[in-house]
Design a protein around this ligand. Structure first.
Ligand code: SF4
Length: 268
């Protein structure tokens, strides 16, 4: 599916970021460097989110040579005991850290970002401990909060991924800047709740300019998110909110522009 979604002509102009992420672990695929190289041909920036457990020197060099711009490694702790408590695996932590160090020392154009989730079982990490273990072998290190992302998932903490302050979003911003491609080719709105196309049937550009997605934009900008299932019960925009993706205040301005650009859209 990666190959189908990245093949030539799949986009009419370059997309901003191609992100290998979501369900599953990208490093399990031995062809990942090949896919990254292909993704670079259609995107300004290629990013990989990984748990980093399968990194080794050879693979790190292959990822960098393929043109990877940003690698985000999801950490589960600061030592082997943390990893066993959180994941139930016995990780060779020293080797894990050594592999990240090699990646960082050979990174060339690639930004190495490490992130760790706080709040699982109430565990937090002191900034000085984080920096002591990983500060010298990454460009960026950040903490995220363990929160409920979907209805039905046990609530861990209130607030957003980045802040303890709750924010109720009027316009879901997700379908305006990202499309999530699942393993069967389905193109999703930002969560897995709405399918707006399938890359086995249409190109990336056709889906982006297609009626299903265009209708979803107008619905959001019309302020009707709360009336429309499954958006009405979806928490994604509330939890992923930051001041940088907030488009509530320019909703009406954008609505006029989108209506002018896509006159065939049905939602009023
Ligand atoms: S509110 Fe949820 S279901 Fe609706 S468009 Fe946003 S991410 Fe998709």
């Amino acid at each position: 599916m990666y190959l189908a979604s990245i093949s030539e002509g799949v986009v009419s102009k370059k997309i901003k970021t191609f992100n290998f992420c979501g369900m599953g672990e990208g490093l399990l695929d031995k062809d990942l460097p090949l896919f990254i190289k292909k993704a670079k041909s259609i995107a300004d920036e290629v990013q990989l989110i990984t748990n980093g457990a399968l990194l080794n020197n050879e693979l790190s060099l292959a990822l960098i040579d393929a043109g990877l711009d940003n690698i985000r490694i999801s950490l589960q702790g600061l030592n082997a005991d943390d990893y066993f408590r959180v994941c139930g695996v016995k990780l060779d932590f020293e080797n894990f850290r050594k592999n990240i160090k090699f990646l960082y020392e050979n990174k060339k154009q690639c930004t190495v970002c490490l992130k760790i989730i706080e709040g699982i079982d109430g565990v937090t990490y002191r900034q000085e401990d984080l920096l002591a273990v990983f500060g010298s072998i990454c460009d960026v290190i950040l903490t995220e909060r363990a929160i409920r992302l979907q209805q039905g998932t046990a609530q861990l903490q209130d607030g957003t991924l980045y802040s303890s302050q709750t924010h109720e979003v009027q316009v879901c911003f997700l379908p305006f800047y990202r499309m999530y491609i699942s393993a069967n080719g389905d193109v999703l709105c930002g969560s897995d709740a709405i399918i707006v196309g399938n890359l086995l049937e249409n190109t990336f550009s056709e889906v982006w300019q297609g009626k299903k997605l265009n209708d979803l934009w107008i619905l959001q900008l019309s302020g009707k998110r709360a009336e429309h299932p499954p958006c009405s019960t979806c928490s994604f925009p509330n939890y992923l909110y930051t001041e940088y993706n907030d488009i509530d205040e320019c909703r009406e301005l954008l609505l006029a522009k989108y209506r002018a650009q896509y006159p065939s859209i049905t939602h009023q």
